[in-house]
Design a protein around this ligand. Structure first.
Ligand SMILES: [Zn+2]
Length: 252
């Protein structure tokens, strides 16, 4: 039975039998895994972590054989993200990041860059003031790393250059030039400023996001195309977004 060490962020924790937890974890080296933490509910000292969702841990686990569960033998809590935990809006953003990753990554899909992205965004949310468009910034960076990146450099239909006017086709997964508008009638108008902002966000470092502002008209467009694109290409249940819509009223 192989034994492994890795870092893991807890996606979900469910009670399992009387004393154990069944965990869904996003790990640095093994992608998404399910694992059992035997006796974790009763013997609090058995592990150095209680596997609260979002927490960042160092774990040792025995890899499953013949379809049995992975078993965690050791865990140490590296970060609990208190700043996120005590702020309902930040907590909702973080939950959405996990939902998006959970919906996209299959068991065992390894993507260390996405693991680092998630860890960095959780650290950022934990320490910094709220950023109104952090959801969209995460979405852009996540799409960029997950293979769902929308095509923005040239027309998705004819490969032609984009000049002044373009439309975004979430079905085709990118922008259409003026000549090709007719190929997808549901494509949405897109300002040059929105394309430029998308490309800028793909590259911007997290620490430069403090004070980062997006023109409201660009932000509205950006938010709409990202939502339609993600809802079309990624099948998932994004409960936290519904909740976010409700609590946002108290912050706008
Ligand atoms: Zn074209």
């Amino acid at each position: 039975m192989a034994i492994h060490k890795t870092e893991a962020i807890v996606i979900d924790r469910k009670d399992f039998r009387e004393t154990s937890y069944l965990l869904s974890l996003f790990t640095a080296d093994f992608g998404k895994i399910h694992a059992q933490a035997k006796g974790a509910k009763r013997k609090i000292d058995k592990f150095g972590s209680n596997f609260v969702p979002l927490s960042y841990n160092k774990i040792v686990f025995y890899e499953s054989i013949n379809g049995s569960l992975n078993i965690i033998s050791q865990a140490d809590l590296l970060e609990h993200f208190n700043g996120i935990d005590k702020d309902i809006e930040k907590y909702t953003y973080a939950s959405y990041f996990l939902e998006l990753i959970n919906a996209t990554m299959g068991l065992g899909d390894i993507n260390k860059e996405i693991f680092v992205l998630l860890k960095n965004f959780l650290n950022f949310l934990d320490k910094e003031d709220k950023i109104p468009h952090i959801v969209q910034i995460f979405e852009i960076k996540f799409l960029n790393l997950s293979g769902f990146k929308p095509r923005l450099d040239s027309c998705v239909h004819c490969n032609g250059q984009i000049f002044d006017y373009s439309r975004f086709s979430y079905v085709l997964g990118g922008i259409l030039c003026e000549k090709c508008f007719g190929y997808e009638l549901n494509a949405q108008k897109l300002m040059q400023g929105t394309i430029a902002t998308l490309k800028h966000i793909e590259k911007i470092e997290l620490k430069k996001l403090v004070g980062f502002k997006i023109v409201p008209s660009v932000f509205m467009e950006l938010k709409k195309i990202l939502r339609t694109f993600i809802d079309y290409h990624i099948t998932g249940e994004f409960k936290s977004l519904e909740f976010l819509k409700k609590i946002r009223y108290s912050y706008v």
